[in-house]
Ligand binder design. Structure first.
Ligand SMILES: [Zn+2]
Length: 301
């Protein structure tokens, strides 16, 4: 397990040993802190036939899990779109039937904030009246988007990188350091995101976006920028984040005034919200509007 998760993990183990482990666990935190890895390892521990919250890796249950073929594990994930009421009905049905291996049954729901309102309502009863030996492990990137009625029925566990040094050391072992990537430290609280970019081979793109964001007034080739952004699903968010930090730097260095700063951040936020809201948006046009809009403001005296 990742070093920054060890403490949370051992606290959960302790609550399990004291019979205080809640049947509905909501693990929340930023993208790239290891929430999925944590719920996966908890599900292994809960399904293991040997006692305690520590999977043995050798019993029949552990072997079934390794073969990704465990009948008492249900995994609901929403890569895109939402988690609907049909999926929650499947869940309720799954929880109702007895365990095929005679032990615990576990449901993993990833990104619970993507659950529709009616799906969340369908889940409430199961959360409220837990059957014995049933566990629901949920992850969430943004807890503010989860319904209060769901939240109040879960044990909330926050996962975060609390010691940046530990994460930086871990990243350095993967060959990712701020020496090579000037922006890397600002993502030290999302180490798995950096690892993912590194595995996908898009670190040069992120380097390029960082450079462009800090030299936005001299950019004219919008197509090159757009094709760079298109290489990763969340790169436009990263680019917006770099832009915000670049204009903040300009403000602090007295290169721009507060009105210019405010105008820039508004434009960047609009670009972001358009991306999320407008289906089939003309990305090149929206990017041109942003870049030339920022240039107009930044070049004012
Ligand atoms: Zn086992």
């Amino acid at each position: 397990m990742f070093p920054w998760i060890e403490l949370v993990r051992s606290q959960m183990q302790e609550s399990f040993e004291r019979n205080r482990f809640h049947h509905a666990q909501l693990i929340h935190g930023l993208v790239g802190v290891g929430k999925t890895a944590l719920v996966q390892s908890l599900s292994e521990d809960l399904l293991c036939m040997n006692s305690g919250l520590n999977s043995c890796g050798q019993c029949k249950s552990c072997l079934l899990l390794r073969a990704q073929n465990h009948p008492d594990l249900l995994h609901l994930a929403s890569e895109s779109g939402s988690i609907g009421v049909d999926e929650v009905r499947t869940l309720n049905e799954f929880v109702f039937h007895s365990a095929q291996q005679g032990g615990n049954k576990v449901v993993i729901i990833e990104q619970i904030e993507k659950m529709t309102e009616s799906a969340a309502n369908a889940l409430l009863k199961t959360l409220e009246e837990p059957a014995a030996k049933r566990y629901i492990l949920m992850t969430c990137n943004d807890i503010s988007k989860v319904k209060a009625t769901v939240l109040s029925r879960c044990n909330q566990v926050r996962v975060a990188v609390t010691d940046g040094t530990v994460a930086k050391q871990w990243l350095a072992m993967k060959g990712i350091s701020s020496d090579a990537h000037l922006w890397a430290d600002s993502f030290a609280n999302q180490p798995l995101l950096l690892e993912q970019w590194s595995n996908q081979g898009i670190m040069p793109e992120v380097d390029y976006l960082w450079k462009v964001a800090h030299d936005i007034t001299s950019i004219s080739d919008i197509s090159a920028l757009e094709s760079s952004l298109a290489k990763g699903t969340s790169l436009h968010t990263v680019f917006a984040r770099f832009l915000i930090s670049a204009v903040k730097q300009e403000l602090v260095a007295d290169q721009i005034n507060f009105v210019q700063y405010h105008n820039c951040t508004q434009q960047i936020k609009k670009y972001m919200s358009d991306h999320h809201k407008i289906l089939g948006i003309n990305k090149l046009l929206s990017l041109s509007n942003l870049v030339f809009g920022l240039q107009r403001v930044l070049k004012q005296d």
